[in-house]
Design a protein around this ligand. Sequence first.
Ligand code: NPG
Length: 358
Amino acid sequence: MPLVRPFRTSFGVQSTRDVLLVHVITDSGEGWGECAAHAEPFYNEEFTESAMMVLRRWLVPAVRSLGDVTADAVAGACRQVKGYRAAKAGLEMAVLDAELRAASSSFAARLGATRTAIDVGVSVGITPTVDELVEQVAGYVTDGYRRVKLKIMPGWDLAPLQAVRSAFPDLALQVDANAGYEPGDADLLAELDRFGMLMIEQPYAPDELQAHAALAARMATPICLDESILSVGHALTALDMGACTIVNIKVGRVGGVLEAVRIHDACRERGVPVWCGGMLETGVGRAANVALAALPGFTFPADISASERYWRRDITEPFVLQGSTIEVPAGPGLGVTVDPDVLQELGAVVEPQEDVLA
Ligand code: NPG
């Protein structure tokens, strides 16, 4: 799917999105899920083609071999396969969607949502010039976004932040480095304190927990981890070490909405704020993210923007901005409907899995 505008991060630029959907058909209905992996293994190890292969060869057969296919059983059935959390998340989402649609219950209700609308922000990629960045931010502020996340990388940090902060002194700002810095960059990162930001996200590589703890100890700006946190266990370890004080939760990174809820619960028990990240999902994955972000521990605005920020035409009905919020779908399952005409127009390839029944 073509993105409305290219999205550049410290790990590369994207102009289109390879979307991998899981469509589950059960005796009582159907369900959809989205695997958040991208075309290249640049955010983490997983990528779309690998996720598809693992789904076909191992994950779908493992789930189909369950006597009783329930969303609660998906993670256990998939445990033998290491990693591939986005693939597992897409499969679990589809099974849960089918289950909930059949029961006329929503994702929000099942996950424990306590809000009917969620506060959202926008994630702004690296632009060719600082002026273009300020212009883009201005557009999003006009749209209604009150929290902006800027992507940073070595060589694109102090100057763009200075420009955006001067243009919008009161804007809720945060930055995301996507692991682009080295522990040796701590002096430079410490300078970011002067911009009065909500948080700095994942400055170093995922396994650099000690270095994140050292940075957190010298900075006033809270450190949030994203790529480092793949499970409840990782979240608790990072918190115990002082490597972060805020946790970003992404369904595709942690292996599914149910693990995402467990991370939320564990953080909430400790009084640690969490917020919901995004991976440029279509309406399918976005619907799950919105339901998740409506849980009580999600206290920072989510990286879940309106559909028009990404797509000229989404594959479901679009999510729209109301002020700085998005309404949580209340209908059965994900509460959105995949439009087969749009799938066809996009040239979607359907790969039936009957073959794995044998
Ligand atoms: O709004 O969905 C969104 C994108 C939010 O910046 C965003 N996602 O590192 O958090 C990230 C980043 C991302 C993009 C991650 C693409 C992975 C792939």
